[in-house]
Structures are given as C-alpha cells and as structure tokens.
Write a protein that binds this ligand. Structure first.
Ligand SMILES: C[S@@+](CC[C@H](N)C(=O)[O-])C[C@H]1O[C@@H](n2cnc3c(N)ncnc32)[C@H](O)[C@@H]1O
Length: 305
C-alpha cells in the first residue's frame, strides 16, 4: 500500500520496500486487474505505478535532476509537467524550490493516482489529460516541461503546439526523449537479443528505435517549427545500475512499457528462451552481479514568444 509521507519527498525506504516486493513477485499478481492505458494520443502501455517504477521511474527520477539543471531556474511561479507519469519531475521541482507550484498532467489514470499518493503538498496538482488537448487556458505557465513523453505521442507536433499555447510569453519550454536507438544500452541489449530470436521482435525493435523526435536534431527542428525562439538541443547522460540479472529482468515481466508489452505476447517456452539469451548478454561470461549501462537522452529548450 502506498501511504502519504513527508511533504515534497518520496521516502527512499518506502520506494525500496515496493521495489523489493516487486522483485519477489515480478509478475505483479496483485495487479492483474490493472487498467492498461494506450490511446490514439499515446503508444505507451501504462498499467500500474509500481510497474512503472520498476521499468522506468527509477531512471526518470535520476534523469529529472539533470533535466532541471539543463532547463535552468524553475524556482518560482507555475510550472506544467506534461506527461508527468508517476510524478518524478514534479517532485524534483518541489525539492528544489520552496515556492514553485507544479501541475502535472498525464493520460494514464493509474499513474496520476500514483503521483497524487506520493506527496500531500498543496503546491502540487495532478490531473488526467491529453497533451494534445490540454485543458489549461492560454498563457498560464511560467515553465512548460516534458520528460520522456513526446516520443510516445503519435502526433507530437500537436502536443508541442499545446505546450506553446499554455506557456506565458518568455516562458522556457523544454523536453527530453530517450536516444533509444543510439544511446540506451540496457534497452538495446533486450531488443537486439529478442530480434535475433524472433522475427516478430524485429518489427517491435524497429518501432522502438524510430519513435518521433528521437533522431539527432529532430527536437530542435520541432521547437523551431512550433515558433519557439532561442532554441537549443543537447544530450543528457545517466547510468542505469542493476544489482543483478533478476533486477534487470524483472521489469520485462511486468505490464508497463514496450519491453514488457512484447514479452507478454510470448508463450512460456519463447519467454524462457529469450530470458536465457538476454541473461547471457547481461552476464558477458562473468558471474551474476551488478552492471552499469549508459543511457542518453536528447533535450531541447526554447522560449515562448
Ligand atoms: C516514459 S513515461 C514518462 C513519465 C514521466 N514523465 C517520467 O519521466 O517518469 C511516458 C508518459 O507519457 C504519458 N503519455 C503518453 N502520451 C501522452 C499524451 N498524449 N498525453 C499525456 N500523457 C501522455 C504516458 O502515460 C506515460 O506516463
């Protein structure tokens, strides 16, 4: 059970407890009735908050800090977190400033509920909504940010236009997406192994590495096309550290994200064969134990005119 804890902070102990429960029960059998969210506005499979934390939240929390360093001052006013997921960016913003107010919006009700459960702060508001049809008035926010969402939006230019619409003139508007094709080692290890074993995975891999706005220069071009000024694009780098193969593999047995979505299509024999082959890639002939993989994200920022 998630509980409300100290304001503005996700207690590490509580996160670790959930995490270890999930490692002990990677299929998440308590979540069999979880709602799965995909829609015409999203290609991301969302099932439950704990599953997301296993799959991506533990890394997006890390990326959020570098992203905010890149964005620059967000220490006052009203900030919008578009595609907020389970709330890592919004919480990181609150940790940095005693006065900023953050609104988060996401298509997945289960993630929004999870985000709401993490902090009772009156400076946070999360709601369900579509990035391509935001319900906020024009020129509302002092900063508009989006972490790891735009590549899952089939019509990302609609979402970017909305980000511009709700930004006040002079507001910094910024986003990050994984450089999944060129800079996401842990994920490539999974999909390259799957594609070598299963022709159906070749198409999955292609889809995963050709998502919108993930090629060099695409984010900056999209920002200029949307009319932002002072546009710049850069790359952020984090490490993804795993304690063991079990730690690495557990998210693929869940329900959230593209890897788990593919594994769920496999029968038991196919899944075992894939696990065996991915384990060999993880081990590289050495004993099981910690591994650390690099992950790169494209980032863009610009100023609303
Ligand atoms: C990889 S997660 C990133 C979540 C969060 N920003 C983070 O960094 O942890 C992608 C998120 O984008 C959301 N999403 C995808 N398309 C969306 C849309 N059209 N409108 C709002 N949220 C969307 C998904 O529900 C999911 O929570």
């Amino acid at each position: 059970m998630r509980t409300r804890n100290k304001p503005d902070r996700v207690p590490q102990a509580s996160f670790d407890a959930r995490w270890h429960r999930r490692l002990a029960n990677p299929l998440g059998t308590t979540n069999t009735s979880a709602e799965l969210t995909v829609s015409a506005s999203s290609t991301f499979l969302a099932a439950d908050g704990d599953g997301y934390e296993l799959n991506m939240g533990r890394w997006s929390r890390r990326l959020a800090r570098s992203f905010l360093d890149y964005v620059g001052a967000c220490d006052a006013g009203l900030v919008l977190d578009v595609g907020c997921g389970t709330g890592h960016l919004a919480l990181a913003l609150l940790e940095r400033s005693a006065s900023v107010i953050v609104h988060g919006v996401d298509l997945a009700p289960v993630y929004v509920d999870y985000a709401k459960s993490r902090s009772p702060s009156p400076r946070l508001e999360f709601r369900v909504g579509d990035a391509c049809a935001l319900t906020y008035p024009d020129r509302t926010f002092d900063r508009v940010l989006s972490l790891l969402m735009l590549h899952f939006v089939p019509r990302p230019h609609d979402a970017i236009a909305e980000m511009r619409r709700v930004a006040k003139p002079g507001a910094v508007v910024a986003a990050a997406v994984w450089d999944a094709r060129g800079g996401f080692v842990a994920n490539r290890m999974f999909f390259d192994t799957a594609a070598a074993l299963d022709p159906k995975a070749v198409e999955r891999r292609a889809r995963n590495y050709t998502r919108p706005l993930t090629r060099p220069g695409e984010l900056a071009a999209a920002w200029r096309r949307a009319g932002f000024v002072d546009v710049s694009e850069s790359v952020l780098h984090i490490r993804m550290e795993y304690a063991s193969f079990t730690d690495y593999w557990a998210p693929y047995l869940g329900k959230d994200g593209p890897g788990a979505e593919y594994v769920a299509t496999l029968g038991a024999d196919e899944r075992n064969r894939l696990e065996h082959a991915v384990r060999a890639a993880y081990l590289d002939g050495e004993p099981d134990g910690p591994r650390s993989y690099a992950a790169l994200a494209w980032v863009v920022k610009g100023v609303a005119p």
